[in-house]
Design a protein around this ligand. Structure first.
Ligand code: ATP
Ligand code: MG
Length: 439
């Protein structure tokens, strides 16, 4: 993509109401624009990041055996009346009336609708277990939208729903999602710690929040420093049977990590003093086994193997896809701007032509641009007639992993410069070698 044809409204100064670094950087780097309180338009560069994150989430859900579908954003209030949640949900729900006087709402979550849909399409225990998911916009009329896309009112969520015959099955589904979450966040270059979370009035003991450590985080957290050193290597993720899943759970569960609400002084005191860490974090995911709550409310029963009626048990599993864009920036930036981990970077390479008015420079840059494209490497090409200094500042701000710089002096010696955004390391090499390196 040529910057001369792109839409990248970068600014030097962040707006005064942006409090945290990710919000400031997202506005300065032209990723989003606020259109109403807590509602954002995703500009081209931000949209690419959102799509990359979504793709990673989707890939790991598919790998875990979850099946993708798509439910609408607008729901009939009847789905919620049927589960008894319509009145209980409160002012976070955006309620709408259509021209026929029917009550609609912009979905804040989908347990009610999905359970009804699933119930209407299943006939026997043989239809279980299933995990269904979608990636769809949600609306919650948050009392205090803030921190940009981190606590928006409209936000993109992956929400999955499992249905099983019994508690053992539910546990398997739950652990499968737990594992998928560990993989998902690691693939994005994020360290998200699974912390025991409140299961609310329904009880049961299976709920985890996935927390990314960050000073600006809204949750206060306590955790064992061993979590900082833990790498969920590919091998840790290979499980062939239920025992391996249980082993994974044991490993996660053996280390202390809890949010403020779940903090347990007795368990905490057992953690060696040197390994105790307190801090703040951002909730990027939440998984929850709720058992028969929605099945019971909707009288969802299926004939079991012996003809007796079985009430399916379930769980729901959320990931804040749009919140992750902010969370990743909180975890990966410096004074000059964003540092995208490669898997979520909007483009892999920023190609800078230092002198758009110099024929040789432009010819060399155009040539490299074409070759990078042919090699299937995603490149944003700054071909504008701007000062070199301004181009460098923009590239640092938008944080593409690699910068490839073409200037008249280097060209005379047959070299271009390749800069690694994360380390700042620069190297001069021939255009062919640079291409080879990026490949
Ligand atoms: P929070 O405590 O942050 O309000 P929640 O417990 O209400 O989150 P869930 O209902 O579990 O969130 O939703 C699943 C995920 O959706 C959360 O882990 C979070 O990443 C994301 N999320 C929730 N609310 C918002 C919001 N207002 N803006 C952006 N993302 C959100
Ligand atoms: Mg909430």
């Amino acid at each position: 993509m040529r910057l001369s044809r792109y839409f990248l409204p970068v600014t030097k100064e962040p707006p005064a109401d942006a409090e945290i670094v990710s919000h400031k950087l997202m506005l300065r780097a032209g990723l989003v624009r606020q259109t109403s309180s807590g509602i954002y338009a995703w500009l081209p560069l931000g949209h690419r990041v959102l799509r990359k994150i979504e793709a990673i989430v989707r890939e790991e859900q598919d790998r875990a055996g979850a099946v993708e579908m798509l439910m609408p954003t607008i729901q009939s209030a009847d789905y919620w009346r049927d589960t008894g949640r319509y009145d209980a949900y409160g002012p976070e729900m955006l309620r709408i009336e259509d021209r026929q006087g029917r009550d609609l709402l912009y979905g804040p979550t989908n347990e009610d609708m999905l359970t009804a849909i699933f119930k209407s399409g299943t006939n026997s225990y043989r239809d279980l277990p299933r995990i269904l998911y979608h990636i769809q916009w949600k609306f919650r009329d948050e009392i205090r939208p803030r921190f940009g896309v981190m606590r928006g009112r409209e936000f993109l969520m992956k929400d999955a729903y499992s249905f099983d015959l019994d508690e053992a099955g539910l546990r398997r589904s739950y652990l499968t999602q737990l594992l998928a979450y560990l993989r998902t966040f690691q693939t994005m270059g994020l360290r998200a710690i699974p912390m025991r979370a409140d299961t609310g009035p329904i009880g049961g003991n299976l709920s985890h929040e996935f927390i990314v450590l960050a000073k600006s985080g809204e949750s206060r957290v306590f955790y064992d420093s061993d979590f900082e050193n833990l790498d969920w290597n590919e091998s840790d993720f290979q499980y062939s049977n239920e025992d391996d899943l249980e082993a994974l759970y044991l490993q996660v569960n053996s280390m202390y990590a809890a949010t403020d609400e779940m903090h347990d002084e007795t368990a905490w005191s057992a953690v060696p003093e040197m390994r105790k860490r307190e801090g703040r974090g951002i909730e990027v995911g939440h998984i929850f086994a709720f058992g028969d709550k929605y099945s019971k409310a909707l009288d969802f029963k299926l004939p079991g193997p012996d003809g007796e009626m079985i009430t399916p048990v379930g769980g729901s599993y959320g990931i804040g896809v749009s919140r992750l864009v902010g969370a990743i920036i909180e975890a990966s930036h410096d004074d000059d701007g964003i540092i995208w981990p490669e898997p979520v970077a909007p483009y892999k390479v920023g190609l800078i032509n230092m002198r758009a008015d110099d024929e040789d420079c432009t010819a060399a840059a155009d040539d490299l641009y074409g070759k990078l494209g042919e090699a299937g490497i995603e490149v944003l090409y700054d071909d504008r007639a701007e000062r070199g200094g301004a181009k460098f500042a923009t590239m640092d701000l938008i944080g593409l992993p690699w910068q490839l710089v073409i200037g008249p002096r280097g060209l005379k010696n047959g070299v271009v410069e390749l800069k690694n955004r994360a380390t700042g390391e620069r190297e001069e090499l021939s255009p062919e070698s640079a291409l080879e390196r990026l490949r």
